[in-house]
Design a protein around this ligand. Structure first.
Ligand code: COA
Ligand code: ZN
Length: 304
């Protein structure tokens, strides 16, 4: 089997994870988790999002979190922005990257950010021009890139058209997000093989949710298509509050454990990561979906 020997991990618990919790997670707890993640060796951390506090009250402390975190050299601190106001707020906090999200499905885009896709793309022009002035790169995330909980399967050409629109506007890298875990490995392999043949030099990351238990199988399909960057969330928290039935992202510890067992390097210290996940479980106050924090690594053997 051919697949990349090194993979980059983008940790999204600060945004995808915390946005979907019923209760408000205390700002100091968020900061402690992000700071601990910075030490684990992850490539990128999606710290929070600069969205309307009415839409996502769980992340109303975005500025405070960004101001207080201890930046670790080499780690990219990114934030999600839905509109120009969000981009201005994020740039005011010296983020390393803006992560713009527009859904491939018109219905989900409307539910998520209250705009038609074309309106979101129009706003993107202004966001890109603002970020160019500040020399901050923009990552374009395509939401519901594989399936939409309202419209069903999203055709491959629709997702590729969104990628083309992003690239035409000067977006430097792409994330394809399976917002409610509707992708399957065959679909992932097909779409990403085509992506890679059309844009071999464009950095692409995959963002999977484990809603139907296919998250890590989809990672394997992505790896086989040559994709070397994945979003995941500590403990497997996560989900979009504007998509019915949304559940957690693929779990970072489980992903890193799988990759390491396959001989793929991530640069992440798995033991340290498991420690942070246990801290998160205490903060959240319930058992998290992740498997490795329950079972331990395969090298953790039991007395006969
Ligand atoms: N940050 C903070 N406040 C914002 C904002 C932002 N990025 N964008 C808009 N607002 C405020 C406006 O200032 C206005 O405030 P006011 O009522 O005090 O005057 C209010 O929100 C409404 O502004 P409007 O432009 O009409 O926005 P909206 O109500 O149509 O909401 C979004 C649009 C995009 C801001 C909102 O849908 C949103 O934040 N969605 C978040 C989606 C998300 O995070 N999904 C999960 C991740 S995929
Ligand atoms: Zn997500």
């Amino acid at each position: 089997m051919i697949y990349p020997r090194e993979v980059k991990i983008c940790e999204v618990v600060g945004r995808d994870g915390f946005q979907n919790e019923k209760g408000f997670i205390r700002t100091e707890d968020k900061i402690r988790i992000i700071d601990s993640l910075s030490e684990t060796g992850v490539w990128k951390i999606e710290v929070t999002s600069f969205v309307s506090p009415k839409a996502v009250p769980q992340l109303r402390d975005a500025e405070e979190v960004m101001a207080a975190l201890k930046r670790k050299d080499g780690v990219v601190y990114t934030c999600l922005v839905p509109n120009v106001k969000g981009a201005e707020r994020a740039l005011g906090c010296s983020v390393d990257e803006l992560n713009v999200v527009i859904s491939a499905s018109g219905t989900h885009n409307l539910k998520n950010v209250g705009m038609q896709v074309e309106k979101s793309l129009e706003n993107l022009k202004e966001i890109v021009s603002l970020s160019l002035q500040e020399r901050v790169p923009v990552n374009g995330s395509v939401g519901t890139a594989f399936g939409c909980p309202f419209e069903g399967v999203v055709p491959r050409d629709r997702t590729l058209e969104m990628v083309e629109r992003y690239l035409d506007m000067g977006v430097g890298s792409i994330t394809l997000a399976d917002t409610t875990g509707m992708a399957n490995p065959v679909q992932v392999y097909g779409l990403l093989t085509e992506f890679k043949s059309r844009w071999p030099r464009v950095p692409v990351a995959l963002h999977f949710h484990n809603t139907r238990g296919m998250g890590l199988a989809n990672v394997l399909a992505g790896l086989q298509a040559g994709v070397d960057a994945y979003d995941s969330s500590l403990g497997g928290l996560g989900g979009c509050p504007f998509a019915p039935g949304a559940t957690g992202n693929i779990c970072t510890e489980d992903l890193v454990n799988m990759l390491h067992d396959m001989g793929v390097k991530t640069g992440v210290d798995l033991d340290m990561l498991i420690g942070v996940s246990l801290d998160l479980e205490n903060i959240i106050g319930r058992t998290l979906p992740g498997q490795v924090i329950k079972a331990g690594k395969v090298t953790c053997l039991h007395r006969a």
